[in-house]
Design a protein around this ligand. Structure first.
Ligand code: ADP
Ligand code: ADP
Length: 235
């Protein structure tokens, strides 16, 4: 069934100090089914961050609609957006965004704390997700004590601990060396194999090639789509 649905989405930025407008997205329509793993691939400036920000309810489209399940995102009032994000979405960023003064356990627990989940339940959830990501021996450590790949797995645990319907990843391998990036991509594939719906934006063909489906974006438009099988055939 359809989890995410974009219908003729456009985003125009009006820059404050000039008359210029930037059409960052134009007529973007696509769907993501539950259980799908979709990569949006494009060069810098093609509109990936804009698209992700709209889906993340951090910004609103100039035209068109975005629905997650039955909820049209632009109808979510500002004051409810943060809660909606925490309840439905998980985020993994290029630069991990871990809190340096929190240990690994507390970094992973943070979204649950913000959701006012009880202490007992928090312990239960963190202790359940950590071994899945191979970081159960690192819970008392601080981010600076970990390698980039380990930090990214902590970031993934934090994103997944709320059991989000949709995992959004912004260039998740961008700060990792190629071997660590490969491990991360294998992790994403295994999460997806276990049912996690994933939407990733990336400029990396290697990262995109791990998704089941790749949408190509240029100048704010989706201009092509490939399925995993097509990619395999291309070598
Ligand atoms: P990507 O993430 O693929 O690098 P972006 O979504 O960041 O692309 O940018 C798409 C286009 O929109 C670019 O031309 C960029 O300069 C422009 N843009 C992005 N954010 C803003 C903004 N806040 N104000 C004005 N223009 C913006
Ligand atoms: P970029 O892809 O342009 O390099 P980042 O990877 O740093 O930017 O962040 C991706 C986007 O996620 C940013 O546009 C930012 O507004 C958004 N973002 C940052 N912090 C959060 C957060 N806590 N929750 C959701 N989205 C966030």
């Amino acid at each position: 069934s359809t989890l995410l649905e974009l219908n003729q989405v456009a985003k125009t930025y009006h820059t404050r100090f000039s008359a210029n407008t930037v059409n960052a997205l134009r007529d973007v329509s696509f769907e993501v089914d539950r259980g799908d793993y979709v990569a949006i691939m494009g060069e810098s400036g093609s509109g990936k961050s804009t698209l992700l920000n709209l889906i993340a309810t951090l910004d609103k489209p100039t035209a068109g609609t975005i629905k997650l399940g039955d909820q049209e995102l632009s109808r979510i009032p500002e004051r409810r957006a943060a809660k909606f994000r925490r309840e439905h979405l998980g985020f993994v960023f290029q630069d991990f965004n871990l809190l340096d003064t929190f240990n690994v356990f507390d970094n992973i627990a943070l979204p649950l704390v913000l959701n006012r989940v009880s202490v007992g339940k928090i312990e239960q959830r963190v202790n359940a997700i950590a071994p899945q990501l191979g970081i159960d021996t690192m819970l008392a450590k601080y981010p600076y004590e970990l390698s980039g790949g380990q930090q990214q797995r902590v970031a993934a645990a934090r994103a997944l601990v709320t059991e989000p319907e949709l995992l959004l990843a912004d260039e998740p391998t961008g700060a990792l060396d190629s071997r660590t990036a490969d491990e991360m991509l294998k992790l994403f594939a295994s999460l997806n194999a276990n049912g996690q719906t994933i939407l990733m934006v990336t400029h990396s063909a290697v990262a995109a090639s791990h998704a089941k489906r790749v949408l190509f974006i240029r100048d704010g438009r989706i201009f092509h789509q490939l399925y995993r099988g097509d990619l395999d055939n291309d070598g």
